[in-house]
Design a protein around this ligand. Structure first.
Ligand SMILES: Cc1cc2nc3c(=O)[nH]c(=O)nc-3n(C[C@H](O)[C@H](O)[C@H](O)COP(=O)(O)OP(=O)(O)OC[C@H]3O[C@@H](n4cnc5c(N)ncnc54)[C@H](O)[C@@H]3O)c2cc1C
Length: 405
């Protein structure tokens, strides 16, 4: 706790989950909220890519943090439809999201999402501050948790008396590794690459769409600022890195060009964009790891990618980070309401109770929906199956069954 007796909550990472949690806790009088972010306030400003944030995240924000929902909806484009075609132009699915969701999702630039979420909590965030070590307090230290940081301007700092440490530090979470061990990633045998181009052709690419040539998939949508986000994927061996040869323009062109050599106008636009900008592409492999929410002492809370790294197939990474942060803020606010000396242990147990089944459903669904991207997959039968009642019922559960406020 701090010198005036307030409980001290330290959030590592002012990303999606960390910023929203800080926002949700900012007005508690009996809690000091410190958010530590290794990026400076200016980092990410130009960088980034596009995100489609699911209707369920917007629904959760409207319920729990309506001002943030309004802010994001005002600065983004609505995600209204999900269309799947072959790269030769044959349409397989065209789903208005209104059939399975209560409201649209959004399309936004990643750097813009961070900027919008960080601005309202900037007085709580120490930018340019990297958490380098953490521990349960040793004898003689003020506990229960001690955090060491390197600040770009002031150097090494120790923050002690931390009552609750929150891992909002993303997929390669140092907090999770320190207190719960490094999670063992499972690779699905699919490479995914991402590119943002500062060109928009809304006549060709506008709302969220996917195109298949065999299991090789393109995905794209327009985002604000006259830009287009393009992501490609193709199967690789599960236990190997992306082969260098696969990153060559001629190889990429061949992956998405249909057998008759004539891609649709939409796909020709994307294939040219990819092949002309190979050096700007970000490469990754689809992977996931088991979900964990807290340590056995109930002093460490994991949120977002730190808690449940999942495959990005359904665009649920940031979306679930938003759901997590909404619930965590609500439970911690309840624990500290009316000047009560909050029971952190009980709050963490409640958060895990409210999140585990929902998150495991989303992780499993995201993996299952990757079926058409695996080696040997048939995208025609696989995509047509996504128009059938079973898949649509799971989408309804995903997009509508957000936790109640
Ligand atoms: C290229 C790309 C595209 C994606 N597309 C989508 C999509 O379309 N839809 C979707 O829902 N999800 C998408 N995701 C996933 C999504 O971005 C993540 O799931 C989401 O950002 C997770 O939020 P988070 O708050 O857990 O972590 P992050 O948003 O990753 O935030 C972690 C923060 O912690 C900081 N940090 C890390 N370590 C430290 C440290 N030691 N000290 C201090 N600070 C630290 C980082 O700088 C960062 O600001 C995408 C991811 C990538 C990489």
């Amino acid at each position: 706790m701090d010198a005036s007796g307030r409980k001290r909550i330290v959030i590592v990472g002012s990303g999606v989950a960390g910023s929203i949690l800080a926002y949700g806790l900012r007005e508690l009088g009996n809690v000091e909220v410190i958010c530590l972010e290794r990026a400076t306030a200016e980092d990410h400003a130009e960088a980034g890519t596009g995100l489609n944030v699911g209707p369920n995240a917007i629904k959760a924000l409207r319920l729990f943090q309506p001002e943030l929902a309004a802010l994001l909806e005002a600065e983004s484009l609505p995600w209204l439809t999900w269309r799947i075609s072959l790269t030769n132009g044959r349409e397989l699915m065209n789903l208005p999201l209104s059939k399975v969701a209560d409201n649209p999702g959004i399309r936004i630039r990643w750097s813009q999402l961070y900027a919008l979420l960080r601005r309202p909590v900037q007085q709580h965030v120490r930018f340019g501050t990297e958490v380098t070590a953490m521990r349960y307090a040793r004898a003689g230290e003020a506990g229960p948790i001690v955090v060491e940081t390197i600040d770009r301007r002031t150097g090494r700092t120790v923050i002690d008396g931390v009552d609750l440490l929150v891992a909002g530090d993303g997929r390669y979470s140092r907090v999770r590794e320190t207190f719960l061990g490094r999670p063992q990633p499972q690779f699905l045998g699919v490479c995914i690459f991402r590119l943002l181009i500062e060109t928009a052709r809304p006549d060709l690419v506008d709302d969220y769409e996917q195109w298949f040539n065999g299991p090789n998939r393109l995905l794209a949508f327009r985002i604000p600022g006259n830009a287009t986000y393009i992501a490609g994927s193709f199967p690789i061996l599960p236990d190997e890195d992306v082969p260098a040869e696969a990153k060559r323009p001629d190889v990429l062109r061949a992956l998405y060009t249909p057998a008759d050599g004539a891609p649709s106008a939409q796909c020709a636009f994307m294939i040219d964009a990819i092949c002309n900008r190979v050096s700007e592409i970000h490469w990754a492999r689809l992977q996931e790891a088991p979900a964990e929410f807290c340590d056995s002492n109930r002093r460490i809370l994991l949120l977002g990618d730190a808690a449940h790294p999942m495959v990005p197939t359904l665009g649920q990474g940031a979306t679930q980070a938003i759901e997590d942060a909404c619930i965590a803020a609500a439970e911690l606010r309840a624990a500290f309401a009316d000047g009560v000396d909050g029971n952190i242990t009980a709050a963490l147990e409640k958060i895990e109770q409210r999140r585990r089944a929902r998150v495991e459903f989303v992780v499993d669904f995201s993996r299952d929906a990757t079926d058409t991207m695996l080696a040997g997959a048939d995208p025609v039968s696989g995509s047509l199956a996504k128009t059938q009642p079973d898949f649509l019922a799971r989408l309804v559960k995903l997009y509508r069954d957000v936790p109640a406020a």
